[in-house]
Design a protein around this ligand. Structure first.
Ligand code: G3H
Ligand code: ZN
Length: 288
């Protein structure tokens, strides 16, 4: 079923587990992520970033992802990741996305607050949830021009209060697009943010987070953990092996099989680390 962030994050952030948000780029990875979530009986978030919507028009991608979500046996949120303009957000809402992110992290604080509030009002009018970002999670690739700025807890409080957003991305030591798990998480900063902000927190750049830190983060008020590069690597690296092992094969549907299975394996592994099985055990006990 298609859900908003509000329907899945609050419960997660207060109950010691986190929901995985995976960047997906089409049918092949989206369906495997949802299959993995169904096998664990856990909610999941399908996220599209700018690269994805430059490859497939958002209207088409929105249809594919929302249809997958509606047919799923678990709650699935279809979320626009790192939207940077009113147009992108409005296009996502029109395309049926149940959730959007407005990323004003590169702007001065007042401008970020003003734009985020305006977009939160628009999103909420259409019953769509919205995530904002305060501080800035930068990129490990220096060719991508984006500032890295740790979140100041007091600013996070003001940002959340003034914008009315549903979830807030915070910068506590992660970087986007890391291929190795080397992020140095600032737990003290996270603790301070938690004291001042009551909505679910979002961690971006989580491919670079060590497994033990993912487990630890999910015990904080973190509701959503964004993972992109790990699935791109799973698909792409397996595809490379397929080309190497089958130099004469030309049928892409055959070549997609193993990469898709690998995407499912990695997605499942990440969801288990983030507490999917504990969530299921908790639900079973509650239903006894
Ligand atoms: O918004 C997307 C995520 O922050 C993904 O980051 O590709 O470093 O895992 P990642
Ligand atoms: Zn991100």
């Amino acid at each position: 079923m298609l859900v908003t962030l509000n329907e899945i994050l609050k419960e997660a952030s207060y109950n010691g587990y986190a929901i995985a948000g995976f960047n997906v780029f089409g049918y092949e990875d989206a369906i495997m992520v949802v299959e993995a979530a169904e096998e664990l009986n856990t909610p999941v978030i399908l996220m599209t970033n700018r690269d994805a919507v430059m490859h497939i028009p958002i209207k088409i991608l929105g249809n594919i992802l929302t249809e997958i979500a509606k047919s799923a046996s678990v709650p699935v949120c279809v979320h626009l990741d790192h939207g940077k303009s009113v147009e992108e957000i409005v296009d996502a809402i029109k395309a049926g996305f149940s959730s959007v992110m407005y990323d004003g992290s590169q702007l001065p604080l007042e401008e970020n607050i003003r734009n985020t509030k305006e977009l939160a009002d628009i999103a909420h009018y259409f019953d769509v949830s919205i995530e904002g970002e305060i501080g800035s999670v930068g990129y490990s690739d220096p060719s991508i021009k984006a500032k890295s700025i740790y979140t100041i807890p007091e600013e996070a409080k003001v940002f959340v209060e003034k914008t009315g957003i549903d979830a807030v991305a915070v910068a506590i030591g992660t970087l986007h697009r890391m291929q190795a798990q080397k992020a140095d998480i600032q737990y003290e900063r996270l603790r301070e943010i938690e004291k001042l902000v009551s909505i679910p927190l979002v961690i971006h750049g989580s491919t670079g987070v060590k497994d033990e830190d993912l487990i630890k983060l999910s015990k904080y008020r973190v509701g959503k953990v964004n993972i992109g590069t790990a699935l791109r690597m799973a698909f792409g690296n397996t595809m490379r092996e397929e080309f190497r092992d089958n130099p004469k094969e030309f049928d892409r549907l055959k070549m997609f099989k193993k990469p898709m299975i690998e995407v499912k394996r990695v997605a499942k592994e990440k969801m288990i680390i983030l507490g999917a099985e504990q969530r299921e055990n908790l639900r079973r006990v509650e239903n006894c």
